[in-house]
Design a protein around this ligand. Structure first.
Ligand SMILES: Cc1cc2nc3c(=O)[nH]c(=O)nc-3n(C[C@H](O)[C@H](O)[C@H](O)COP(=O)(O)OP(=O)(O)OC[C@H]3O[C@@H](n4cnc5c(N)ncnc54)[C@H](O)[C@@H]3O)c2cc1C
Length: 570
């Protein structure tokens, strides 16, 4: 084994030891949270509310630690990959993974040490974990200015590349195909769509339909591209990432809706509903949208009010939905409505419908049925995420036939569960959207830092820019590999909590990455004509939809961590 290999291995080992010490402190914090919130052996929602800040910070810290672990695993796989030279000096991937690990540890340390008593951490425990000499030495070495600036110099000459993707041949081919589509078709149209607030044009929709994009999550037996017996989350991730690199609003989010509908149909649809809808969704005929959020109920799904009243042959829908993205262009809406007027039934009174309507391109639409029922929609003006328009939608005695109640008569009252099943893939997909957006911003940052001359030098010759590029690369690499690793877990039927973690982490990170990329552009970063100004605006939505970050942290991740701690205790 070469001397260089030994050095790299030792560094990676120190990173793992430091991370393990950090995770030990986190375990104590989670156990303490469990003790405070458990009532009769179950987590009490109201008790958990008394610990919101601790829960939020614990969830974020656990997400960062998980991301670091996946980044180190990945760097090791790169070194040992077939055909590679395992004896080579420290690789770019290892340097990025080490830097990310040190940064993650330091931010976890900052959070826990700010109020150790609230995490149940004693001084002795801190001394053995986050304050241990070996952990601090590891972080100090990795975060030394010269070390980071050196990494930044290497990154500056790499055209936005942060190392191997480590995909198999099939997924590499998918990546290549959709990257070309994003470069050739999406990117030239993206700025106009954003600035003029246009609907996504046929060039993009038709091209993606021909590439099979809308059938990616639909099993082959229903006319899609997914194998019947095996989920391919990786395929969906790679395609979403590349399209989001082209534009989040104009391409990267197009698969989200058919994916949600498909999962809901596969979970709850009758055989006839699957046979009818899935092949059509795979062909984008019709396009679809999701109408769950209401003006007064977003995070609090169980309280929803939009109602469906049974009449002969079907149901009448009355009420309002909001933020229904692509609701105009869509020919079918997945609607969550209250079929049991008894509000005390909460989420058990909700059912799911497939609501058909004519497709429309404008910022407003209205359709009156022969029976007199009306559906209207008005697009909400947004700062970014343009291309699909998100609508306020109103239903007035709008008739939906019996056959469009998801799951048939057995589906009544089960809409909440079908919604949850539908959204299960949305989190990992949104992580992939965040990664694609970050990649786009990073590429622009790297090239502008090279082109722009200030005080007689390219800005990438200055230390501060080099450090920025190093950190951006490390966070981007970690976000991508975190997403891929969770995708692989999901392909094996695992990774539910990790999917929430990676959504939470990557979406937050995308805000910072796009902000830094914009900052590197100076004044030009604020000009509408520069794509980087759009990236920053688009990034803001990621932490809001598909599970608003606070609810993900408090009600999903923190709860799951507490439950998991209970399982290891038992
Ligand atoms: C561009 C865009 C597109 C969208 N597309 C769709 C779509 O296609 N279909 C659809 O159905 N919806 C869509 N949404 C809606 C989105 O899913 C919701 O906005 C989201 O679920 C949050 O709900 P809300 O807006 O009602 O926020 P609220 O629930 O009102 O939350 C407001 C704030 O309070 C926080 N909060 C809420 N509860 C708690 C609590 N218990 N403790 C502490 N903090 C809390 C939240 O985290 C948030 O920060 C879209 C939203 C946007 C912005």
């Amino acid at each position: 084994m070469s001397e260089q290999r030994i050095q790299a291995d030792q560094l990676m080992q120190r990173a793992r030891q430091s991370l393990a010490a950090t995770e030990k402190a986190l375990d104590t914090a989670i156990k303490s949270l469990r003790e405070h919130t458990l009532v009769d052996g179950r987590v009490s929602a109201s008790k958990l509310d008394d610990y919101q800040l601790v829960s939020y910070d614990t969830a974020l810290s656990a997400a960062e630690a998980t991301g670091a672990r996946f980044a180190l695993d990945y760097a090791e796989r790169v070194r040992n990959q077939e055909g590679g030279d395992a004896d080579r000096p420290i690789t770019l991937e290892e340097r990025c993974a080490l830097l990310f690990t040190a940064e993650a540890i330091e931010s976890i340390r900052a959070r826990l040490e700010l109020r150790p008593q609230d995490y149940g951490l004693s001084r002795t425990e801190l001394a053995e974990t986050l304050d241990s000499e070996s952990l601090q030495l590891f972080c100090a070495e990795q975060l030394a200015v010269t070390q980071m600036a050196e990494l930044g110099k290497s990154i500056a000459g790499m055209d936005g590349n942060t190392g191997a993707y480590l995909l198999d041949d099939d997924h590499e081919m998918m990546r290549d195909t959709f990257r070309r589509f994003a470069n050739d078709v999406v990117m030239p149209l993206a700025e106009d769509i954003h600035r003029e607030d246009r609907i996504i044009p046929e060039e993009i929709l038709q091209g993606l339909t021909e590439l099979g994009c809308f059938g990616l999550s639909i099993p082959e037996r229903f006319g899609g591209l997914q194998a019947d017996d095996q989920e391919d989350n990786m395929g969906m991730i790679v395609v979403t990432e590349e399209l989001s690199r082209g534009s989040l609003g104009a391409a990267g989010s197009l698969i989200t809706r058919p994916e949600i509908l498909t999962r809901a149909l596969l979970k709850g649809g009758t055989e006839a509903q699957k046979q009818k809808w899935l092949p059509r969704l795979a062909e984008a005929d019709p396009l679809c949208a999701v109408a769950v959020t209401e003006p007064n109920y977003g995070s609090d799904v169980a309280g929803m009010r939009c109602k469906a009243t049974r009449i002969e042959g079907g149901w009448l829908i009355d009420g309002a939905k909001t933020w229904c993205t692509f609701g105009g262009k869509a020919g079918v809406l997945l609607l969550l409505a209250r079929t049991d007027p008894d509000l005390s039934k909460g989420h058990k009174g909700l059912s799911m419908f497939l609501v058909e309507k004519p497709s429309s391109e404008g910022h407003e639409f209205k359709h009156q049925q022969e029976s007199g029922g009306v559906i209207t929609g008005n697009a909400i003006s947004t700062i970014g995420y343009r291309g699909m328009h998100s609508y306020d939608v109103f239903f007035d005695n709008y008739f939906v036939p019996e056959e469009n109640l998801l799951g048939g008569p057995d589906g009544e009252g089960r809409g909440f569960y079908f919604t949850m099943a539908g959204f299960a893939g949305g989190r990992i997909q949104t992580a992939a959207r965040a990664v694609g957006l970050m990649q786009a911003a990073f590429e622009r940052a790297v090239s502008y830092a090279d082109e722009r001359q200030v005080f007689g030098n390219s800005i990438n010759k200055y230390q501060l820019t080099q450090v920025k590029l190093a950190r951006l690369a490390a966070y981007l690499l970690a976000s991508r590999q975190f997403t891929y690793s969770v995708g692989r877990l999901m392909d094996q039927g695992e990774g539910e909590m990790e999917a929430s973690m990676v959504k939470f982490f990557t979406c937050k990170t995308a805000e910072w990455v796009t902000r830094e990329a914009q900052q590197i552009h100076g004044g030009m970063g604020y000009a509408e004509e520069m794509p980087v100004s759009r990236y920053f605006l688009d990034a803001r939505v990621l932490s809001i939809f598909e599970g608003v970050e606070e609810i993900l942290a408090l009600k999903v991740i923190a709860r799951a961590l507490i439950d998991r701690a209970g399982e290891t205790e038992a």
